[in-house]
Design a protein around this ligand. Structure first.
Ligand code: DGP
Length: 118
């Protein structure tokens, strides 16, 4: 049972901002920045530690999608990508994903310097 697989299959609703054949991007429910999206490969890979030559293209799809997600979120001029790996690395959901964090001009709320971990 994987919560992100359920979001991918639309069993669990989410605020989807971008989707293609390989990845889906949706708003994080616990945002650490004014813009906080999760970019998630549609194939279940538990973490960065499980990327192999056989699934590397699926993992790369996260990075290929990042500029489009950032553009749609209004932060194309600069954003942070973060990947937590393992419990000690802050990973809670065991389905590979990248956090895309952005601070659009005039956005109120969390400052970039306050984000020590996501
Ligand atoms: P990580 O700690 O790197 O595994 O990040 C998991 C993120 O997933 C965390 O910031 C909160 C988010 N999250 C957990 N459950 C849900 C959910 O059901 N919907 C959405 N949109 N985000 C979720």
């Amino acid at each position: 049972m994987c919560i992100f697989c359920d979001i991918i299959s639309k069993k669990i609703p989410s605020h989807v901002v971008y989707e293609n054949d390989d990845v889906i991007a949706f708003r994080d429910t616990n945002p650490k920045a004014p813009v906080h999206m999760l970019i998630v490969p549609k194939t279940h890979i538990p973490s960065v530690n499980d990327i192999t030559p056989n699934n590397a293209l699926t993992a790369t799809a996260m990075f290929l999608a990042a500029p489009a997600v950032a553009r749609l979120a209004g932060v194309a001029d600069g954003y942070k990508l973060a990947l937590n790996v393992g419990r000690k690395g802050g990973q809670v959901v065991d389905h590979l994903h990248a956090h895309l964090l952005g601070w659009p001009e005039h956005a109120e709320g969390m400052e970039q310097k306050e984000v020590l971990s996501v």
